[in-house]
Design a protein around this ligand. Structure first.
Ligand code: Z5A
Length: 207
């Protein structure tokens, strides 16, 4: 089973993904947690480039670098783990590219990016995607310590119009694939969100 977590920065998706791992292990499951961009030596080096605020890059280059990091991760780790029956938890996956580069950067039509991402991942699609949805004000408040004094990374400096488009694109993606996405209200407390996700994972593990 492949599970992905999506949402804007500050939505709390990493918190939820990381809480899920020990719980699944406690159920006797073998779990692999990966974050994107990252998860391999090469992908982590690409991540450094992508988030470095001193580097500027063309949006198409940016999309290709996120995709290259993902291609490497999928082909060197995710495919094998999935084949061997591990539960793979992805802290972001290709929906991030569609939402951020397609919606946020307005680089290309989401449909084109989705098709391209099928090639990037060799057809690997998450079985379940948890979209942790928060509004801009909530996310900004949670990340205030990081964003204050201009300390954000290259992506975080994109501005409110960009992030609103990311939110809107995620909403469209979730509406278009209701069987894969579960949209959760990220303003709820951490424990109740986690409980909701666990119940949903259990239902899908047994189906
Ligand atoms: N990106 C892209 O553009 N295209 C792509 O294809 C991919 C990524 C894969 C990766 O940065 C950046 O790359 C990201 C998207 C882009 N950037 N932007 N902009 P990252 O990996 O460094 O960051 P992130 O993925 O956006 O995660 P994050 O900033 O750490 O946010 P988060 O995972 O949503 O939140 P969190 O770390 O779980 O929680 C943030 C804080 O809120 C923390 O203090 C928590 O304790 C608190 N929190 C969490 N949940 C709650 C609740 N429920 N209530 C109250 N407080 C909470």
């Amino acid at each position: 089973m492949i599970i992905s977590f999506e949402g804007i920065d500050g939505s709390g998706k990493s918190t939820q993904a990381q809480h899920l791992v020990p719980w699944l292990e406690g159920l006797g499951k073998s779990v692999m947690y990966v974050r994107e961009p990252g998860g391999t030596d090469l992908s982590e080096r690409i991540r450094d480039l992508l988030l470095d605020p001193s580097i500027s890059m063309d949006p198409f280059t940016e999309m290709l670098l996120f995709s290259a990091a993902r291609s490497e991760l999928v082909r060197s780790r995710i495919q094998a783990a999935h084949r061997d029956g591990h539960i793979v938890i992805c802290d972001r996956f290709f929906d991030s590219t569609v939402a951020y580069q397609g919606g946020g950067r307005q680089l290309a039509a989401p449909e084109w990016l989705q098709q391209f991402q099928r090639a990037v991942t060799g057809g690997v699609v998450p079985d379940r995607t948890y979209l942790i949805r928060v509004d801009l004000a909530t996310a900004t408040q949670r990340l205030a310590h990081r964003l204050g004094q201009g300390a954000g990374d290259r992506m975080e400096r994109a501005g409110p119009g960009f992030f609103q488009r990311v939110i809107d694109t995620y909403d469209h993606l979730a509406a278009a694939e209701p069987a894969r996405f579960l949209v959760l209200d990220g303003s709820r407390d951490i424990d109740s969100l986690q409980e909701h996700i666990r119940q949903d994972v259990l239902a899908h593990l047994s189906s």
